[in-house]
Design a protein around this ligand. Sequence first.
Ligand code: SAM
Length: 305
Amino acid sequence: MPSKPSEPDLTHTHPDTGVVASVRIGDCREKLLEFDAVRDSEVDLVFADPPFNWARDYDRHQTGDAWDDAAMSREQYLSFTEEWLNICAESLKETGSMWVNIPDDSAAEIVVHLKKIGMHMVNWCVWHYRFGQNTKGRFINSKVHALYFSKDPYRRTWNPDPILEVSDRRAIYGDPRTENKKDGMPAGMRVPMDVWYGKYWGRIQGNNKERRQKHDNQLPEVYLRRVIACSSNPGDTVLDPFLGSGTTGVVAHAMGRHFIGTEYSRANAEMAFERVVSGPVRDLESLGGDSTAIFANRRGTAATK
Ligand SMILES: C[S@@+](CC[C@H](N)C(=O)[O-])C[C@H]1O[C@@H](n2cnc3c(N)ncnc32)[C@H](O)[C@@H]1O
Protein backbone atom coordinates (compact mmCIF):
# COMPACT_ATOMS: atom_id res chain seq x y z
CA MET A 1 0.00 0.00 0.00
CA PRO A 2 1.68 3.33 -1.02
CA SER A 3 2.21 5.96 1.67
CA LYS A 4 0.13 9.10 1.34
CA PRO A 5 1.10 12.79 1.43
CA SER A 6 1.41 14.17 4.95
CA GLU A 7 -1.63 15.90 6.40
CA PRO A 8 -2.07 18.57 9.07
CA ASP A 9 -2.55 17.35 12.65
CA LEU A 10 -6.05 17.41 14.03
CA THR A 11 -5.61 18.32 17.70
CA HIS A 12 -8.15 19.32 20.35
CA THR A 13 -7.75 20.26 24.00
CA HIS A 14 -10.75 19.46 26.20
CA PRO A 15 -12.03 22.73 27.70
CA ASP A 16 -12.79 21.21 31.13
CA THR A 17 -10.12 18.58 31.71
CA GLY A 18 -7.28 19.86 29.50
CA VAL A 19 -6.66 16.43 27.97
CA VAL A 20 -5.52 16.49 24.36
CA ALA A 21 -6.84 14.41 21.44
CA SER A 22 -4.61 14.18 18.38
CA VAL A 23 -5.41 12.44 15.09
CA ARG A 24 -3.05 11.76 12.19
CA ILE A 25 -4.07 10.73 8.70
CA GLY A 26 -2.33 7.86 6.94
CA ASP A 27 -1.10 4.31 7.40
CA CYS A 28 -0.83 3.56 11.12
CA ARG A 29 2.45 1.73 10.55
CA GLU A 30 4.06 5.06 9.64
CA LYS A 31 1.91 7.64 11.38
CA LEU A 32 1.89 6.11 14.86
CA LEU A 33 5.66 6.57 15.05
CA GLU A 34 5.18 10.34 14.76
CA PHE A 35 3.70 10.43 18.27
CA ASP A 36 6.24 10.93 21.11
CA ALA A 37 4.16 8.67 23.38
CA VAL A 38 4.54 5.81 20.89
CA ARG A 39 8.28 6.24 20.36
CA ASP A 40 8.87 6.63 24.13
CA SER A 41 6.63 3.69 25.18
CA GLU A 42 4.36 6.01 27.18
CA VAL A 43 0.98 4.64 26.07
CA ASP A 44 -1.31 3.27 28.78
CA LEU A 45 -3.97 1.61 26.65
CA VAL A 46 -4.25 0.49 23.03
CA PHE A 47 -7.65 -0.31 21.56
CA ALA A 48 -7.54 -1.60 17.97
CA ASP A 49 -10.42 -2.53 15.68
CA PRO A 50 -8.50 -3.27 12.46
CA PRO A 51 -9.70 -3.82 8.88
CA PHE A 52 -10.80 -7.46 8.55
CA ASN A 53 -9.60 -8.22 4.99
CA TRP A 54 -13.21 -8.91 4.04
CA ALA A 55 -13.47 -6.55 1.06
CA ARG A 56 -15.36 -4.09 3.25
CA ASP A 57 -15.99 -0.72 1.64
CA TYR A 58 -14.07 1.87 3.67
CA ASP A 59 -14.70 4.45 0.94
CA ARG A 60 -18.30 5.24 1.75
CA HIS A 61 -17.49 8.95 1.29
CA GLN A 62 -16.29 8.12 -2.24
CA THR A 63 -13.13 10.15 -1.88
CA GLY A 64 -10.98 7.46 -3.45
CA ASP A 65 -8.38 7.70 -0.66
CA ALA A 66 -9.72 4.91 1.55
CA TRP A 67 -8.06 1.67 2.64
CA ASP A 68 -8.78 -1.11 0.14
CA ASP A 69 -9.62 -4.05 2.35
CA ALA A 70 -9.53 -6.53 -0.52
CA ALA A 71 -6.14 -5.56 -1.94
CA MET A 72 -4.11 -7.88 0.31
CA SER A 73 -3.61 -11.62 0.07
CA ARG A 74 -4.10 -13.55 3.30
CA GLU A 75 -0.31 -13.69 3.79
CA GLN A 76 0.02 -9.95 3.24
CA TYR A 77 -2.83 -9.27 5.65
CA LEU A 78 -1.23 -11.38 8.37
CA SER A 79 2.12 -9.69 7.93
CA PHE A 80 0.39 -6.25 8.00
CA THR A 81 -1.36 -7.39 11.20
CA GLU A 82 1.90 -8.44 12.84
CA GLU A 83 3.50 -5.11 11.92
CA TRP A 84 0.87 -2.96 13.61
CA LEU A 85 0.59 -5.33 16.58
CA ASN A 86 4.35 -4.99 17.15
CA ILE A 87 4.25 -1.18 17.00
CA CYS A 88 1.32 -1.05 19.41
CA ALA A 89 2.87 -3.53 21.87
CA GLU A 90 6.15 -1.58 21.88
CA SER A 91 4.28 1.69 22.51
CA LEU A 92 2.95 0.45 25.88
CA LYS A 93 4.17 1.32 29.35
CA GLU A 94 4.96 -1.61 31.65
CA THR A 95 1.50 -1.16 33.23
CA GLY A 96 -0.19 -0.92 29.83
CA SER A 97 -2.89 -3.04 28.21
CA MET A 98 -3.89 -3.81 24.64
CA TRP A 99 -7.37 -4.74 23.45
CA VAL A 100 -8.10 -6.02 19.93
CA ASN A 101 -11.61 -6.28 18.47
CA ILE A 102 -11.53 -9.03 15.84
CA PRO A 103 -13.93 -11.51 14.20
CA ASP A 104 -13.43 -15.29 14.18
CA ASP A 105 -11.21 -15.73 11.16
CA SER A 106 -8.14 -13.86 12.48
CA ALA A 107 -8.58 -14.05 16.27
CA ALA A 108 -6.40 -17.14 16.70
CA GLU A 109 -3.51 -15.72 14.67
CA ILE A 110 -3.58 -12.50 16.70
CA VAL A 111 -3.59 -14.37 20.01
CA VAL A 112 -0.64 -16.53 18.93
CA HIS A 113 1.35 -13.53 17.71
CA LEU A 114 0.73 -11.45 20.85
CA LYS A 115 1.86 -14.37 23.03
CA LYS A 116 4.93 -14.83 20.84
CA ILE A 117 6.01 -11.22 21.35
CA GLY A 118 5.67 -11.52 25.13
CA MET A 119 2.23 -10.05 25.80
CA HIS A 120 0.08 -11.74 28.47
CA MET A 121 -3.51 -12.74 27.90
CA VAL A 122 -5.85 -11.48 30.62
CA ASN A 123 -9.21 -12.37 29.06
CA TRP A 124 -10.62 -13.58 25.77
CA CYS A 125 -13.90 -11.65 25.90
CA VAL A 126 -16.73 -11.97 23.41
CA TRP A 127 -18.98 -9.14 22.28
CA HIS A 128 -22.30 -10.83 21.58
CA TYR A 129 -25.00 -9.22 19.42
CA ARG A 130 -28.36 -10.49 18.20
CA PHE A 131 -28.48 -9.04 14.66
CA GLY A 132 -25.84 -10.98 12.71
CA GLN A 133 -25.91 -11.38 8.92
CA ASN A 134 -28.68 -13.87 8.11
CA THR A 135 -27.71 -17.15 6.37
CA LYS A 136 -29.08 -20.66 5.95
CA GLY A 137 -25.74 -22.24 5.02
CA ARG A 138 -23.99 -22.10 8.39
CA PHE A 139 -24.54 -20.80 11.89
CA ILE A 140 -25.19 -17.06 12.00
CA ASN A 141 -22.31 -14.98 13.33
CA SER A 142 -23.35 -13.23 16.53
CA LYS A 143 -20.04 -12.28 18.13
CA VAL A 144 -16.72 -10.52 17.79
CA HIS A 145 -13.72 -11.24 20.02
CA ALA A 146 -12.42 -8.61 22.43
CA LEU A 147 -8.90 -9.83 23.16
CA TYR A 148 -7.47 -8.36 26.36
CA PHE A 149 -3.69 -8.50 26.82
CA SER A 150 -1.31 -6.79 29.22
CA LYS A 151 2.36 -5.98 28.95
CA ASP A 152 3.11 -7.25 32.46
CA PRO A 153 0.82 -9.85 34.10
CA TYR A 154 1.21 -8.34 37.61
CA ARG A 155 1.40 -4.60 37.03
CA ARG A 156 -1.44 -3.83 34.62
CA THR A 157 -3.79 -0.92 35.32
CA TRP A 158 -7.06 -2.53 36.41
CA ASN A 159 -10.11 -0.63 37.74
CA PRO A 160 -13.06 -2.94 38.38
CA ASP A 161 -15.20 -0.42 40.32
CA PRO A 162 -16.46 1.75 37.43
CA ILE A 163 -17.58 -1.29 35.42
CA LEU A 164 -19.43 -3.30 38.08
CA GLU A 165 -22.92 -4.59 37.29
CA VAL A 166 -25.76 -6.18 39.27
CA SER A 167 -25.09 -9.90 39.74
CA ASP A 168 -27.53 -12.57 38.51
CA ARG A 169 -27.77 -13.86 42.08
CA ARG A 170 -29.22 -10.58 43.15
CA ALA A 171 -31.24 -9.80 40.01
CA ILE A 172 -32.85 -13.24 39.71
CA TYR A 173 -33.06 -14.51 43.30
CA GLY A 174 -32.70 -11.40 45.46
CA ASP A 175 -30.26 -13.57 47.43
CA PRO A 176 -29.57 -11.80 50.78
CA ARG A 177 -25.98 -13.12 50.78
CA THR A 178 -25.22 -10.69 47.95
CA GLU A 179 -25.94 -7.81 50.38
CA ASN A 180 -23.00 -8.68 52.61
CA LYS A 181 -20.04 -9.36 50.39
CA LYS A 182 -16.66 -10.21 51.80
CA ASP A 183 -14.71 -9.38 48.65
CA GLY A 184 -14.98 -5.62 49.22
CA MET A 185 -17.41 -5.09 46.36
CA PRO A 186 -20.64 -3.10 46.79
CA ALA A 187 -23.73 -5.12 47.70
CA GLY A 188 -25.13 -7.17 44.85
CA MET A 189 -22.47 -6.15 42.34
CA ARG A 190 -19.94 -8.13 40.31
CA VAL A 191 -17.30 -7.60 37.63
CA PRO A 192 -19.06 -8.36 34.30
CA MET A 193 -18.63 -11.80 32.76
CA ASP A 194 -16.45 -12.27 29.68
CA VAL A 195 -19.43 -12.40 27.28
CA TRP A 196 -20.69 -8.87 26.73
CA TYR A 197 -24.24 -7.92 25.79
CA GLY A 198 -27.13 -5.89 27.19
CA LYS A 199 -28.69 -2.47 26.88
CA TYR A 200 -26.97 -0.33 24.20
CA TRP A 201 -24.64 -3.24 23.30
CA GLY A 202 -26.19 -4.03 19.90
CA ARG A 203 -24.43 -3.35 16.60
CA ILE A 204 -24.82 0.28 15.54
CA GLN A 205 -27.34 0.03 12.72
CA GLY A 206 -30.54 1.55 11.36
CA ASN A 207 -31.83 4.42 13.44
CA ASN A 208 -29.57 3.81 16.44
CA LYS A 209 -29.04 7.17 18.13
CA GLU A 210 -25.23 6.70 17.98
CA ARG A 211 -25.10 5.94 14.27
CA ARG A 212 -22.71 7.95 12.11
CA GLN A 213 -23.63 7.92 8.45
CA LYS A 214 -21.30 6.09 6.03
CA HIS A 215 -19.71 3.91 8.71
CA ASP A 216 -20.42 0.18 8.63
CA ASN A 217 -18.18 -0.90 11.49
CA GLN A 218 -18.99 1.53 14.26
CA LEU A 219 -18.67 0.14 17.80
CA PRO A 220 -21.10 1.12 20.57
CA GLU A 221 -19.99 3.77 23.06
CA VAL A 222 -20.79 1.46 25.97
CA TYR A 223 -18.12 -1.02 24.73
CA LEU A 224 -15.36 1.61 24.70
CA ARG A 225 -16.56 3.03 28.00
CA ARG A 226 -16.02 -0.38 29.63
CA VAL A 227 -12.56 -0.92 28.11
CA ILE A 228 -11.31 2.60 28.88
CA ALA A 229 -12.73 2.68 32.42
CA CYS A 230 -11.20 -0.63 33.51
CA SER A 231 -7.83 -0.34 31.72
CA SER A 232 -6.85 3.31 32.18
CA ASN A 233 -7.02 6.26 34.59
CA PRO A 234 -7.89 9.92 33.99
CA GLY A 235 -4.87 11.67 32.50
CA ASP A 236 -3.58 8.43 30.89
CA THR A 237 -2.90 8.09 27.16
CA VAL A 238 -5.17 5.94 24.98
CA LEU A 239 -4.20 4.95 21.41
CA ASP A 240 -6.36 3.69 18.53
CA PRO A 241 -4.56 2.91 15.24
CA PHE A 242 -7.82 2.44 13.26
CA LEU A 243 -10.15 5.30 14.11
CA GLY A 244 -13.02 4.57 11.71
CA SER A 245 -15.90 6.72 12.99
CA GLY A 246 -13.82 7.63 16.07
CA THR A 247 -15.61 5.77 18.88
CA THR A 248 -12.44 5.20 20.94
CA GLY A 249 -11.40 8.83 20.61
CA VAL A 250 -14.75 10.33 21.50
CA VAL A 251 -15.14 8.17 24.60
CA ALA A 252 -11.51 8.53 25.76
CA HIS A 253 -11.59 12.33 25.35
CA ALA A 254 -14.88 12.61 27.25
CA MET A 255 -13.49 10.39 30.03
CA GLY A 256 -10.49 12.65 30.63
CA ARG A 257 -7.83 10.58 28.85
CA HIS A 258 -5.29 11.91 26.37
CA PHE A 259 -5.96 10.35 22.99
CA ILE A 260 -3.79 9.61 19.95
CA GLY A 261 -5.13 7.93 16.85
CA THR A 262 -4.55 7.26 13.18
CA GLU A 263 -6.89 6.67 10.26
CA TYR A 264 -5.99 5.94 6.64
CA SER A 265 -8.91 7.74 5.00
CA ARG A 266 -8.85 11.52 5.27
CA ALA A 267 -12.66 11.74 5.16
CA ASN A 268 -13.01 9.21 8.00
CA ALA A 269 -10.30 10.91 10.04
CA GLU A 270 -11.88 14.34 9.73
CA MET A 271 -15.32 13.01 10.62
CA ALA A 272 -13.89 11.08 13.57
CA PHE A 273 -12.10 14.19 14.80
CA GLU A 274 -15.32 16.25 14.58
CA ARG A 275 -16.99 13.55 16.65
CA VAL A 276 -14.21 13.64 19.27
CA VAL A 277 -14.69 17.40 19.61
CA SER A 278 -18.49 17.26 19.80
CA GLY A 279 -18.61 14.47 22.41
CA PRO A 280 -20.47 11.20 22.92
CA VAL A 281 -24.17 10.66 22.26
CA ARG A 282 -24.79 8.71 25.48
CA ASP A 283 -24.38 9.97 29.00
CA LEU A 284 -21.29 7.90 29.82
CA GLU A 285 -21.85 8.23 33.58
CA SER A 286 -25.18 6.46 33.30
CA LEU A 287 -23.94 3.57 31.14
CA GLY A 288 -23.27 0.21 32.76
CA GLY A 289 -24.32 -1.06 36.15
CA ASP A 290 -27.54 -2.71 34.93
CA SER A 291 -28.24 -6.37 35.38
CA THR A 292 -27.62 -8.51 32.29
CA ALA A 293 -29.52 -11.50 33.74
CA ILE A 294 -31.28 -13.53 31.04
CA PHE A 295 -33.79 -15.10 33.45
CA ALA A 296 -36.67 -13.25 35.08
CA ASN A 297 -36.70 -12.32 38.76
CA ARG A 298 -37.92 -15.45 40.64
CA ARG A 299 -38.77 -14.00 44.03
CA GLY A 300 -40.32 -10.65 43.27
CA THR A 301 -37.74 -8.89 45.44
CA ALA A 302 -34.70 -8.72 43.25
CA ALA A 303 -33.09 -5.48 42.12
CA THR A 304 -31.94 -4.90 38.55
CA LYS A 305 -29.85 -1.76 39.12
C1 SAM B 1 -13.18 -1.61 11.51
S1 SAM B 1 -12.93 0.09 11.17
C2 SAM B 1 -12.81 0.84 12.78
C3 SAM B 1 -14.16 1.20 13.35
C4 SAM B 1 -14.10 1.94 14.66
N1 SAM B 1 -13.71 1.09 15.77
C5 SAM B 1 -15.42 2.60 14.98
O1 SAM B 1 -15.99 2.39 16.08
O2 SAM B 1 -15.91 3.34 14.13
C6 SAM B 1 -11.29 0.08 10.60
C7 SAM B 1 -10.80 1.44 10.10
O3 SAM B 1 -9.37 1.32 9.91
C8 SAM B 1 -9.00 2.13 8.80
N2 SAM B 1 -7.71 1.60 8.32
C9 SAM B 1 -7.52 0.50 7.56
N3 SAM B 1 -6.20 0.29 7.36
C10 SAM B 1 -5.54 1.28 8.01
C11 SAM B 1 -4.17 1.59 8.19
N4 SAM B 1 -3.21 0.85 7.64
N5 SAM B 1 -3.85 2.67 8.96
C12 SAM B 1 -4.82 3.42 9.52
N6 SAM B 1 -6.15 3.18 9.36
C13 SAM B 1 -6.50 2.12 8.63
C14 SAM B 1 -10.16 2.00 7.83
O4 SAM B 1 -10.19 3.11 6.94
C15 SAM B 1 -11.37 1.93 8.78
O5 SAM B 1 -11.91 3.23 8.96
